[in-house]
Write a protein that binds this ligand. Sequence first.
Ligand code: TYD
Length: 132
Amino acid sequence: MKIQMYDFQQHGDERGHLSVIEQNKDIPFKIRRVYYLYDTKQGIVRGMHSHKELEQILVCVSGSCKVKLDDGRETSVIVLDDPTKGLYVGVDTWREMYEFSDGAVLLVLASNLYDETDYIRDYDAFKKSIKK
Ligand code: TYD
């Protein structure tokens, strides 16, 4: 399956590093919501759903984690361990985030507000929705 990664601007100097993400410029959508996963316990798998309309960019801004994407036909595992790179996760894509390192912070930029009706949280229902 096609994996879309975005490279963000870096402004590093002797003081340290700074990266920037601007809507419609560095990523392909308008950011309507930002949330972040942190203090994730060992062995935990998060996500386990797909979205009907929501687009997201995942950035592991500290530490690392793995993301498994599944488009109903193929799966891919992506390691996120670089705060200058964002993984695009579009519609109709089952996602699981796991193997969070100690102190990992996974930042999520989302194209819409939280809406539980946009989620498909049952894997069989996801597979059926893909066939349509
Ligand atoms: P959940 O969907 O389980 O997170 P993930 O899929 O990343 O593992 O969300 C955990 C709880 O937080 C759940 O009760 C819904 C709530 N929530 C919001 O209220 N707003 C949000 O933007 C998100 C992402 C979750």
